[in-house]
Design a protein. Structure first.
Length: 328
């Protein structure tokens, strides 16, 4: 079954000539054999794209194709698939394949002249193909390749404090021949768990004089014994004594901006959250979250029977059910 030329170029049947030329330009770059030396299917895909373009870019051939389909090529009016497709076919018959074809011959001399009956839209493409041929493999004259290096992905875990306040960490990057490089990475303040950091030029080495790839780091934030993050707010568990909870007190609480004196109101129950404005996560744009101190009452290690009886009597005098709102 013959290929659908519109489907080959990935355009609709009512596509304009500009759309057809744009699609061809993209696919030609994608599948050109000189740019894909390691892809054995690239040549065949490129030939199909070229054949489709030769027909659809020619107004008269496109009209016949729309009317008769690929069968028009067997009629006298079709005149085959066009000079470019014949050049591509002839290239298959040569021992060197595509490496023996001059790109100027294939797309029209100068890439701006009358490279076919439909004209050539590639005045800006010749330089790109020639540069690409150098970047993707040896040219037909055997010039050394210049292949950009691949990106490398890795993961790092940073302390909770570093994620909130920013800082620097060292990352080991495995290189060729078992060598490991130590790279210093700057961590921006307020970075979230799962965020990615791109380090330009720290990935795989390029071939020839080409640039190295990038290093992509996925950041994981370690947990903290007392602090948690919720958006830009911080929640800290603050242990207090029974006396501090009943009578009230002032206690020192650490924050990213230094220790603060937190007032515990009298008769504060365990689990209560006390808000401290502006002591949460501070972002680069100036946005700052809040700090919530979650009170945790710690009982004395030793409570005698008399104290227990006094507390029981207090409950009897002022009965309450702290679980009355507890639901599934």
């Amino acid at each position: 079954m013959a290929d659908d030329y519109y489907e080959t170029l990935g355009v609709a049947k009512n596509a304009s000539q500009a759309d057809i030329q744009k699609a061809y330009r993209t696919l030609a770059r994608k599948y050109h054999p000189d740019l894909n030396p390691n892809d054995k299917t690239a040549k065949e895909k490129f030939q199909k794209v070229q054949a489709a373009f030769d027909v659809l870019n020619d107004t008269s051939k496109r009209e016949l194709y729309d009317r008769y389909g690929s069968a028009f090529e067997q009629t006298g009016t079709g005149a085959g698939a066009g000079p470019h497709a014949r050049q591509a076919w002839q290239a298959q018959q040569r021992p060197g394949g595509f490496e023996e074809i001059d790109l100027g011959d294939l797309f029209g001399q100068g890439f701006g002249g009358s490279g076919g009956s439909g004209g050539s839209p590639f005045a800006d493409l010749l330089g790109g193909f020639r540069r690409g041929a150098q970047a993707g493999g040896k040219g037909r004259r055997g010039k050394p390749i210049e292949q950009p290096g691949p990106d490398v992905e890795s993961e790092i875990e940073i302390p909770f404090q570093t994620a909130i306040q920013g800082g620097k960490v060292e990352v080991g990057v495995q290189r060729s021949a078992g060598k490991t490089d130590r790279i210093e990475v700057k961590i921006p303040a307020g970075i979230r768990d799962g965020a990615k950091i791109r380090l330009r030029g720290q990935g795989g080495a390029g071939e020839g004089n080409a640039l190295a790839g990038d290093l992509l780091l996925t950041v994981h934030v370690a947990t903290h014994a007392y602090f948690q993050r919720r958006g830009n707010d911080l929640i800290v568990r603050v242990p207090i004594t029974l006396t501090e909870a009943v009578a009230g007190a002032k206690v020192d609480v650490p924050t990213p901006n230094g220790a603060i004196s937190l007032r515990i109101p009298p008769r504060t129950s365990g689990g209560a959250r006390l808000r401290v404005r502006g002591h949460g996560v501070k972002l680069k744009n100036g946005t700052t979250g809040d700090l919530y101190a979650e009170v945790q009452i710690v009982l004395p290690p030793v409570i005698d029977d008399a104290t227990v009886e006094m507390i029981r009597k207090l409950d009897q005098e002022h009965p309450t059910n702290p679980r009355h709102e507890l639901r599934w």
